[in-house]
Design a protein around this ligand. Structure first.
Ligand SMILES: C[S@@+](CC[C@H](N)C(=O)[O-])C[C@H]1O[C@@H](n2cnc3c(N)ncnc32)[C@H](O)[C@@H]1O
Length: 326
């Protein structure tokens, strides 16, 4: 009987190992020139994730890589990798899952695939920039899959988190993830255009990974991005529409001493140019990534209020002074 070889072509090979299938399919992905950056950044990790998914194998299954895969298994792998290559569907959508801040999230094409460097801040409870003990009320603007809100609730067990999105589709995915992580009592989902549905709610921390891709950049994105909601990426001609609303309205929803943290990625230079007088603190990341700023309530535009216990620690002020000098 002819079986499917681990290269995916019909051949005379018998069963092959999981390790060989991963290597062969990593080569296929490299040759096809697919774009990595939706959860993995290299062909081997992406091939491994897809191969294990196609074979319904857990990452921690015993003797995983030495297992032999029969012809039907090889065919399933071949078909899945072919979809990845031909339709340029990001692996996370094919698998229906990705990881963020060490937590698993269900994802489909209704939401952006989580990849924000803000994960690193959340895992540290926002220290040393903020005092985690003072973060009792958190708002996630543009929650998508709910990843930032849910990771915040896990990292800050005493916090209550509101998570809003303009997209009803995205909120359905977020609701599924909130249930999966059993956080219905501490994570509240709201449909809202930015802050419009919030009334007078105020928070210690507002965190956002808003859409920030400009029109020209959006047109030039690799095809994988076309599978993500346009609403999650594009934000006007210069990519600044959503950031502008956040900067103008966040203060009204922050408690005195609260903070706004926003990812703007490579739009950082445009943000600096457009909103130059604001004293942005651009945060540093050990695991890579950047383009994330922090502003305290008092640094944001609009009328101020009486100061209370600030959530920003002394170390923040120190970094802020250093950043201003730079
Ligand atoms: C870049 S995605 C971020 C998703 C998620 N927070 C993450 O980090 O993976 C931006 C999200 O903002 C939402 N969004 C876009 N415009 C919005 C608006 N005017 N008001 C609220 N949410 C909006 C999109 O639907 C999308 O889910």
């Amino acid at each position: 009987m002819r079986t499917v070889s681990h290269s995916g072509a019909r051949g005379r090979n018998g069963p092959v190992t999981v390790a060989a299938l991963i290597e062969q399919n990593a080569r296929r992905l490299r040759r096809a020139g697919v774009f990595f950056g939706h959860g993995t950044d290299n062909a081997r990790d992406e091939a491994a994730a897809l191969v294990l998914h196609a074979l319904a194998l857990a990452h921690d299954a015993p003797r995983l890589y030495d297992r032999r895969v029969d012809a039907p298994g090889q065919r399933r792998v071949h078909e899945l990798i072919t979809r990845r290559i031909e339709a340029r569907i990001p692996a996370a959508y094919l698998i229906g899952q990705t990881w963020f801040a060490g937590l698993p999230f269900y994802v489909d094409a209704r939401v952006l695939i989580p990849r924000s460097p803000i994960a690193e801040l959340i895992e540290r409870g926002f220290a040393p920039w903020l005092d985690p003990r003072a973060l009792r009320r958190v708002l996630d603007v543009g929650t998508g899959s709910g990843c930032i809100a849910i990771a915040c609730a896990k990292a800050l067990p005493r916090a209550r988190v509101d998570a809003l999105d303009i997209s009803a589709d995205a909120l359905q995915v977020a609701a599924r993830n909130v249930r999966r992580h059993r956080l219905q009592r501490r994570v509240r989902l709201l449909q809202s255009d930015h802050f419009s549905a919030l009334g007078t709610e105020r928070y210690d921390l507002i965190v956002a990974n808003p859409p920030y891709v400009g029109a020209r950049e959006y047109a030039a994105l690799p095809p994988e991005y076309r599978h993500e909601p346009r609403l999650a990426l594009a934000s006007g001609r210069a990519g600044l529409d959503s950031v502008r609303v956040l900067l103008a309205q966040a203060r009204a929803h922050l408690r005195p001493g609260g903070a706004l943290i926003v990812e703007v990625g490579y739009t950082e230079a445009a943000v600096r140019r457009a909103f130059g007088p604001l004293p942005f603190l651009w945060l540093q990341f050990e695991r890579g990534g950047g383009g994330v700023f922090l502003l305290t309530a008092e640094q944001l535009p609009s009328a101020g209020e009486a100061r209370s216990r600030p959530v920003a620690r002394g170390v923040h002020s120190r970094h802020q002074r250093a950043a201003r000098r730079a």
